[in-house]
Design a protein around this ligand. Structure first.
Ligand code: 26Q
Length: 784
């Protein structure tokens, strides 16, 4: 589009909607006018692409989370309007960076929700017909603040700022029925703009509203509270995202959320289907492939069966056949506390009809297992309804078509351990689909400086064909190219340092190594191990043992689930380490530690391009994949990590010499676990480990009498009623980790050699494009 026309349209928008002009508009008004202009530009294509998707086989991604982040820059970038709009604003004296005032759409916790967002981006770019279905939470993931080193939470009222990118579709509203009530599900559609607007997909999010509305009968009786009761109860369903990552607590409202968005979505598919085929249900399974993002939307299986039986008159057997051909399940974790099991009584009281269908599915499972000759023990370990609980993963495996893990190692663990007994009876159902990330947001958009260098060297086109980055290999020995890369890395570090100074009031020297660990806070991700290693360096410096340590900034960013006390204790501990390090004259010129506030997608876009070292240090076997590891690789950071999740494939692609791998592997952990005695075998015998662990309790730090540090110490040394000591093997890995990190920091002294390692990571990151992942889903699972 011509810049002049574009400017006219934005101006027109400001005039009609806000009675103002570019020079006088507020940032929000400008943002809305630009968004509306883009929406207008893509409207015809969006409508056309939506229609053509409905005329062919299509896939649906059912997910309780979509962690979209900020839309404005990405949408301008993908529709090719970013530089024009930047210019138009500049001419009016406005910096486009002012749009950073607009909040992220944080309708997700972490990896699983962000993966869903990357998938939508890739599908739109590849013209893969995929629609996202989820919940339009009024409050997304909480905003984090830090007070005295402790995490606090505030509500994320993102819609309060307006939602310029969505369209409410009242005509497509449906009713969702629970045992004791019914609510209205109203869809809001957001366009997903593929790169260079290759195609425009849709994210459809459901909002819960009262089906009955305001009750005038009660109002007339002067019962004012009762008059609004249904509104309040209904709206509660889509009110707030549960802030747990990899942890399931069987709460009633959470189950209501799951059935709410799943029933609305499945009803939506039947509406579309009937427009095409009428009441002949024989083409349903060939019309749709439904992907279940973890077990959270597993009630889709009984919901399809319910509609086919009660609305369309099919038998249970016929209905089961259709549901099980349509749905596939992605597993994202092997942590038992994250596997969904619902209390049977709760499940029955919330969704009684679905419960009856689950009983039929369970009965069919038993009949099937008997028919293939399984004994009572083999049957009991697979029951969907077992010991008063409903096992969602078991229903998703038996009632679906495929099961996939999210990295090679993870899928292997599913097949050999976690879901072994299922893999034995349904080996053909198990597949691997290694995760990926969209190179548009995570390279092109967040690192335009590196993007330009890449384009200069190998031409345009890598944004939608990331494997082309292998063409960069020939520059690895070209001194001037590597010098340019180092310069760009320095620029990104300087930009991040400026931003941190502005927002956190802390100065990070851009000349330091940037060692980055950004991800949700969880014991298995071992942020505490990282903090311990820094304390180890501290003690060594005090003993004058590390005279030539490369000055390093240790940068943390993480949110802890509000009820996860240990995670919150770890945040406080990191902040204590930061205080000690940053103020001690012996260390402050060598070590800087900072815990960044409110890590989210937009913050990630600033941190990741500036990183030198990517910390991926989970206990082997526990991080299903990780996706931050891929984003950091694409931006030229080396991985300091365990042999876990996608780190394995990253190392295989980039080359061993370009990563720093340490620690016990899955098999070793399995071997030592049964007789693991960290207190006797490590703590008492290893002074280096002991003095670091002791900082939790020896008065080095103060947890404000909360007992949090004592609890962390006990979890490591004595264990708790529900777990053995040092459940995540920090003591096992500490020395190897600290020494490997020192080796990486030492290698950094030769900046050119280190930069070559970084460069090889960029060259070899092509496999981790979510375009590759989506192509595999489309071909191997969805058969599109
Ligand atoms: C379940 C029930 C009730 C309430 C909350 C939940 C819940 C919510 C979120 C359970 C799990 C999650 C999130 C899990 C998650 O993000 N897993 C990550 O998925 C990534 C994408 O596949 C992987 O890269 C990570 O390894 C994995 O931890």
């Amino acid at each position: 589009m011509e810049k002049l026309t574009l400017k006219q349209k934005i101006t027109e928008n400001l005039k009609c909607n806000y009675c103002t002009d570019i020079k006088n508009a507020s940032v929000h008004q400008l943002h809305d006018a630009v968004a509306k202009t883009v929406m207008g530009e893509i409207a015809d294509q969006w409508q056309h692409d939506t229609q053509s998707r409905d005329e062919h086989r299509q896939a649906c991604y059912l997910s309780a989370e979509f962690l979209m982040g900020r839309a404005i820059y990405n949408n301008l970038y993908c529709s090719g309007l970013l530089s024009e709009v930047t210019d138009i604003l500049n001419e009016a004296g406005i910096n486009i960076a002012e749009f950073e005032e607009i909040e992220d759409a944080a309708l997700g916790n972490g990896g699983l929700g962000r993966l869903a967002a990357c998938f939508l981006d890739s599908a739109a770019t590849l013209k893969v017909p995929l629609t996202g279905y989820g919940i339009r939470y009024r409050y997304g993931l909480f905003k984090q603040y830090i007070h005295n080193g402790f995490q606090g939470e505030k509500a994320d009222a993102w819609i309060g700022q307006g939602d310029a990118w969505s369209v409410r579709k009242d005509a497509d509203s449906v009713t969702v029925s629970f045992g004791d009530s019914a609510v209205l599900a109203v869809p809001y559609d957001t366009p997903i703009i593929g790169y260079k607007a290759a195609s425009i997909g849709t994210l459809r999010l459901w909002q819960a509203e009262s089906a009955e509305g305001f009750n005038f009968t009660e109002f007339d009786k002067q019962e004012y509270e009762k008059a609004s009761e249904d509104i309040i109860e209904s709206e509660a369903i889509s009110n707030v995202l549960y802030p747990n990552d990899n942890y399931q607590k069987g709460l009633r409202l959470r189950l209501k959320q799951q059935y709410f968005f799943v029933s609305a979505s499945i009803q939506d598919l039947f509406r579309k289907y009937k427009k095409r085929y009428g009441s002949d249900m024989s083409h349903f399974a060939e019309s749709f492939a439904i992907q279940l993002n973890d077990t959270h939307p597993t009630v889709a299986i009984p919901e399809i069966i319910r509609i086919l039986m009660f609305n369309e008159g099919l038998t249970f057997e016929a209905a089961f056949e259709i549901a099980s051909k349509t749905c596939s399940y992605t597993n994202h974790t092997v942590l038992s506390e994250a596997l969904e099991k619902w209390d049977e009584k709760l499940f029955k009281s919330v969704i009684p009809v679905i419960y009856e269908i689950v009983k039929l599915i369970n009965r069919k499972l038993i009949t099937f297992l008997k028919s293939i000759g399984q004994n009572d023990k083999q049957i009991n370990e697979k029951l969907i309804i077992d010991g008063g609980r409903i096992h969602m993963a078991r229903m998703a495996i038996f009632g679906g078509r495929f099961v996939n893990g999210v990295a090679a190692l993870h899928t292997q663990i599913l097949k050999d351990e976690a879901l072994k007994e299922w893999c034995e009876i349904f080996p053909e159902r198990f597949q691997n689909k290694t995760n990926g990330i969209t190179p548009r947001r995570w390279l092109g958009l967040c690192n335009p400086e590196l993007g330009s260098l890449i384009t200069e060297k190998i031409g345009d086109g890598w944004q939608a064909d990331l494997d082309r980055l292998t063409d960069l290999k020939k520059f690895v020995d070209d001194k001037s190219t590597i010098a340019r890369f180092i310069e760009i890395k320095n620029t990104k570090k300087k930009q991040l340092s400026d931003y941190i100074l502005k927002t956190e009031g802390v100065f990070i020297d851009p000349g330091f190594v940037f060692d980055v660990q950004v991800k949700r806070l969880h014991e298995y991700k071992r942020q505490l191990l990282n903090a311990f290693s820094i304390m180890d360096f501290y003690f060594q410096i005090k003993e004058k043992k590390l005279p030539d340590l490369t000055p390093t900034a240790f940068i943390f960013g993480a949110k802890a689930a509000p009820a996860y006390d240990r995670a919150k204790g770890i945040i406080k501990y990191i902040n204590c380490v930061a205080d000690l390090m940053n103020n001690d004259p012996d260390t402050k010129d060598k070590l800087k530690v900072i815990f960044l506030t409110n890590y989210n997608v937009s913050y990630a876009e600033k941190i990741i391009p500036a990183a030198d070292i990517s910390e991926q240090i989970s206990t082997a076997g526990l991080e299903a994949s990780g996706t931050g590891n891929m984003k950091l690789m694409a931006n030229g950071a080396v991985t300091l990590g365990t042999w876990d999740g996608a780190n394995v494939e990253i190392t295989e692609k980039a080359g061993w010499e370009n990563e720093y791998i340490f620690g016990a592997r899955v098999e070793e952990i399995a071997k030592i676990r049964p007789t693991y005695k960290p207190k006797e075998k490590i703590y008492y015998t290893n002074e280096r480990v002991k003095r670091v662990v002791n900082t939790l309790v020896d008065g080095t730090f103060n947890d404000g009498d909360t007992g949090l540090f004592g609890n962390l110490f006990n979890s490591l040394i004595n264990g708790a009623s529900w777990h053995k000591p040092d459940n995540y093997f920090l003591l096992t890995d500490l020395e190897g980790y600290a020494d490997t990190k020192l080796r990486a920091l030492y290698d950094y002294k030769n900046r050119e050699i280190f930069a070559k390692k970084c460069w090889m990571n960029i060259c070899n990151c092509g496999f981790f494009s979510s375009d590759r992942t989506i192509r595999q889903y489309a071909e191997e699972l969805w058969k599109l």
